[in-house]
Design a protein around this ligand. Structure first.
Ligand code: TRP
Length: 332
């Protein structure tokens, strides 16, 4: 059985985009078809200015939502990155494998660093080294597959390069992983800005449906989604991104085909209303389960503790082997 690893960063509330683009598939498919690890990558939330209380709250919420969305701790391993020291232990060895030029070429680094500098802020060194920690997340488990969005493809490519380089220099130690991208509904776009991804760290929130939004808030956001002045409903991702996004979401909620669905609507109002109904129904069980789990935080803590123990047991021998391979004395 293949081993897969993926992570969610607790930098914002999880969105419909996270759910349809990744988490739903982890729950419905990936956890059953592979030996799967799903990680709340909290260390990655510290690469930009952060509020400790908020990171703490969002980490717990992300873990609770993963369970609410159907990740089953009897079937897969759900844990928090900072609970397993092997990630940072290995990250250092990979810093000794990667080059600074390689890091500075990362698109996400360039964009985020430029944004931070434009605001007059300083760029944390960890923002530059972030992809190395991500590589460590993956390589510590000898994961073969990494289900992620397209925006993470470059980081997984780097992970592959580091694994190959390390293996060549020091002997076979790591499995070379590959990114897998879901074929459909990989990208849910912002309802107010349908040419950019519905991201949990987007500044304006009117175009973002959060998994824990109240149903009336979900409805309001969808009814206000940007469309265009066209009179008919047609599926065209390039020329008509707003309506296409709504059709994609509707299709993803019901497993339909967005092109066929377009033909069923005579107005945007009717389309939006059906999209709102479908999304509210889709999220209802997740919200309900989240409420139940939140009422018993001890249960979530126990799952995370058990998950970390399992993850540690998998990662420890791999990272020990890497320490040994580069010439560090065994601790005995
Ligand atoms: N960088 C990923 C993101 O921003 C999160 C992440 C961290 C991740 N470590 C990972 C994803 C390991 C997959 C595997 O979404």
């Amino acid at each position: 059985m293949a081993r897969i690893f993926s992570g969610v960063k607790p930098t914002g509330h999880l969105t419909l985009g996270n759910y349809l683009g990744a988490i739903r598939r982890w729950a419905e498919r990936d956890q059953h078809s592979a030996e799967a690890l799903f990680c709340v990558v909290d260390l990655h939330a510290l690469t930009v200015e952060h509020d400790p209380a908020r990171v703490r709250r969002l980490s717990r919420q992300a873990a609770t939502l993963l369970l609410a969305a159907g990740l089953d701790p009897d079937v897969c391993t759900v844990f928090v990155q900072s609970h397993v020291d092997e990630h940072t232990r290995l990250s250092y060895l990979l810093e000794c494998t990667a080059t600074d030029g390689e890091m500075r070429r990362m698109i996400q680094y360039k964009e985020k660093a430029a944004r931070e500098r434009a605001r007059g802020g300083s760029v944390r060194l960890s923002l530059l080294t972030y992809p190395v920690l991500m590589a460590a997340d993956i390589l510590a488990y000898r994961a073969e597959e990494v289900p992620v969005g397209e925006d993470q493809a470059q980081h997984v490519e780097l992970t592959r390069d580091l694994a190959v380089r390390f293996n060549q220099r020091y002997g076979p130690t790591f499995t070379v992983p590959r990114a897998t991208h879901p074929a459909v509904a990989a990208r849910v776009m912002d309802l107010q800005d349908p040419t950019s991804k519905m991201g949990k760290s987007h500044d304006a929130t009117g175009g973002i449906v959060y998994l824990l939004d109240d149903p009336d808030v979900v409805r309001r956001k969808i009814m206000r989604a940007v469309t265009d002045s066209g009179r008919d409903v047609e599926y065209d991702r390039v020329a008509r991104p707003g309506p296409a996004n709504l059709l994609d979401v509707l299709a993803a909620c019901g497993d339909g085909d967005p092109r066929e669905l377009a033909g069923a609507y005579g107005s945007y109002g009717a389309l939006k209303s059906d999209v709102a109904d479908a999304v509210i129904e889709l999220l209802r069980p997740v919200r309900e389960r989240h409420a139940e789990l939140s009422a018993d935080p001890g249960q979530v803590d126990a799952v995370l503790k058990e998950g970390a123990a399992r993850a540690r047991a998998m990662a420890r021998p791999v990272v020990d082997a890497a320490y040994d391979a580069v010439g560090l004395l065994p601790a005995g």
